[in-house]
Design a protein. Structure first.
Length: 162
């Protein structure tokens, strides 16, 4: 899969480097594939500052350092939740851009009741805030992780083209 994503990661890396901007990544149901795709590019330190996999409330609290009330009224796998995460990862890592994905890849019951095959991603950057919802209606965990990653990278590439 990473081989398939590498050409797009190269385009994203070139766009970020041309702008002299950096990105931070919050992977959710993608399990680290967004960050891994970007890290296939040699010299990624020129555009990638870091991130993490938000797979538990503890990880969320550490990576985003937001007060509990920041999540009031929010539900996982929604554009609003993804935007909150993208803003927080960008700010906490001191990056120009933040990307976040939140969803349910399937194969097991999601603790917050999100249906398998549902994902929301968000990209925030200088003057840009975009979101995208992806629904596969599938319980195929691996296929969903790939679909969610491609959707997130597509959104990031679209944001950088603005």
């Amino acid at each position: 899969m990473l081989g398939e994503l590498h050409p797009q990661a190269l385009r994203i890396a070139e766009a970020l480097k041309a702008r002299r901007e950096k990105i931070a990544v919050a992977d959710g149901a993608t399990g680290g594939l967004i960050g891994a795709a970007l890290l296939t590019v040699p010299g990624a330190l020129k555009f990638y500052v870091g991130g993490g996999i938000v797979y538990s409330f503890r990880a969320r609290d550490v990576l985003f350092a937001l007060p509990p009330e920041a999540y009031d009224g929010m539900r996982s796998a929604t554009p609003e939740y993804a935007l909150l995460q993208a803003r927080a990862i960008r700010d906490n890592f001191g990056a120009d851009w933040g990307i976040a994905e939140t969803g349910s890849a399937g194969g097991s019951r999601h603790p917050l009741g999100v249906a398998s095959g549902e994902s929301a991603c968000a990209v925030v950057g200088p003057g840009v805030e975009l979101t995208r919802v992806t629904t596969t209606a599938s319980d195929d965990r691996i296929a969903n992780m790939g679909a969610f990653t491609r959707a997130a990278l597509d959104l990031l590439e679209a944001a950088l083209a603005r």
